[in-house]
Design a protein around this ligand. Structure first.
Ligand SMILES: [Zn+2]
Length: 234
């Protein structure tokens, strides 16, 4: 292989390592932020579910209070009944008691329904809490992993940059300029590709005859006639 090409391929290698590290250092904090948002969401949903159950408990206590009050009132009326002289007064109290008894029945029915619902919701909350805990643990693990990767990239970035600069210093200036030109039009690596069966392995299109013959007798950098990547043959 042409030594110019070998050098520019090495440059590309170091460049990709450097670019990857730079890209990751930019992307990882955002990924961490996104995961932290997910954890917040899980916790908010969990809190809302707990609150809903507490509300049901409060409702049950209120209902219980109403039930007790009504029962006390019935006892009061019954005591009054023992003291009244007139039959119509007795009957009026009897009517009130009947009415209150109906209310007690209703309260009791509502309370049973509510108790069943509380049982159901308690079970559901237990399962849901386990799910939330599982999701949060997964997110936390992913965050820890990302932080490790970030630290490792941060530690290596200067070494990678220096390696790139050292490789760059070895490359023939014409190849270096061509490489930089490619990078202005081709936004993602590879920037230097092999020609295989007349096709550029960057854009996978057939190159022109001029490129085909130039690449066999290179007198300088040769670029793909379609995508402008630097091309070479083995
Ligand atoms: Zn191409």
């Amino acid at each position: 292989m042409d030594s110019h090409i070998a050098q520019v391929l090495d440059l590309q290698d170091k460049d990709i390592q450097r670019l990857t590290a730079e890209h990751e250092l930019k992307a990882i904090p955002l990924d961490i932020l996104r995961l932290e948002e997910e954890i917040k969401k899980e916790r908010a949903v969990e809190a809302a579910e707990k609150k809903a159950l507490q509300d049901l408990e409060v409702k049950r206590k209120d209902l219980d209070g109403s039930l007790k009050k009504t029962e006390e009132q019935i006892v009061k009326y019954k005591t009054q009944q023992l003291e009244v002289k007139k039959n119509e007064e007795y009957q009026a109290l009897e009517k009130e008691i009947e009415h209150l008894n109906a209310e007690v029945d209703q309260f009791e029915e509502q309370e049973i329904e509510l108790l069943l619902k509380i049982d159901e919701e308690t079970e559901r909350l237990k399962a849901s809490e386990a799910e939330h805990a599982k999701h949060i643990a997964q997110h936390e693990k992913a965050i820890a992993h990302l932080k490790e990767r970030e630290a490792s990239y941060r530690e290596n970035i200067e070494t990678l940059r220096t390696a790139f600069e050292e490789a760059e210093a070895l490359v023939d200036v014409r190849y270096k300029k061509a490489y930089e030109r490619v990078k202005t039009t081709v936004k993602k690596p590879p920037f230097v590709v092999i020609l295989s069966e007349h096709k550029c392995q960057g854009c996978f299109l057939r190159v022109s005859n001029d490129v085909e013959s130039a690449v066999r007798q290179p007198e300088g950098p040769v670029q793909c006639s379609n995508c402008s990547r630097l091309v070479y043959i083995d």
